[in-house]
Ligand binder design. Sequence first.
Ligand code: DC
Length: 229
Amino acid sequence: MNGFYAIAIDGPSGAGKSTQAKRLAKEFSFIYVDTGAIYRTLGLACWRAGIDRKDAAAVMELLKTLDISIRYNAEGEQRMYLNGEDVSAEIRQPEISICASDVSSLQEVRSFLLDMQRKFARENNVVMDGRDIGTVVLPDAELKIFLTASAEARARRRLLDLKEKGIEEPFEDVLRDINYRDEQDSRRAAAPLRMAEDAVLVDSSDIGFEETFAILCELVIRRLAVSEV
Ligand code: DC
């Protein structure tokens, strides 16, 4: 413990990590850090530059020239900047999800981006979500949660999210993307998605958002001895 609390939330794509983490952060007045957005921003930069996302040397060469930063707006919402441009909306496009997964499987990329993520936890109470937060980024986090759900349940929720943003996708495509990313995120050699030994498993396949949120709040209150604001 460095004077600040850290809550790590890991799990597969579409398990509701970011929505839950965002709401938890608000509830307990912590800062929310969405680490996937960093990989997405790099994925977008590679996409724009037409770089082979599996070519570690090419990706690293590009990464070193980029200015990727996380900023928080007046509402406390995380925004991603690429060379000064707000790319927060663009990085949510389905094709950028695949680019993000590709670049995130490169060990050099992960090492390079590690300190940027840890810095937030050194300076703030954080709820941080990703794939390797409890295992690699913040192994000393006071509370680690592994939030998961079946691939079908996640695809159904993702479809609704996309629809709300005005993006129409067939269910099969969304499910295929989720399976592709699950497979790649769990099988990669570099910091694969896995549950930390001391994490609490929460499976939200058959429970709704509010019920899941109540479970998480209970865990935070019990483990951190903090109260809701
Ligand atoms: O959480 P997300 O879907 O926005 O993440 C985008 C990609 O980045 C996803 O394929 C996995 C990867 N990622 C990662 O490898 N490590 C993290 N801490 C966060 C995301």
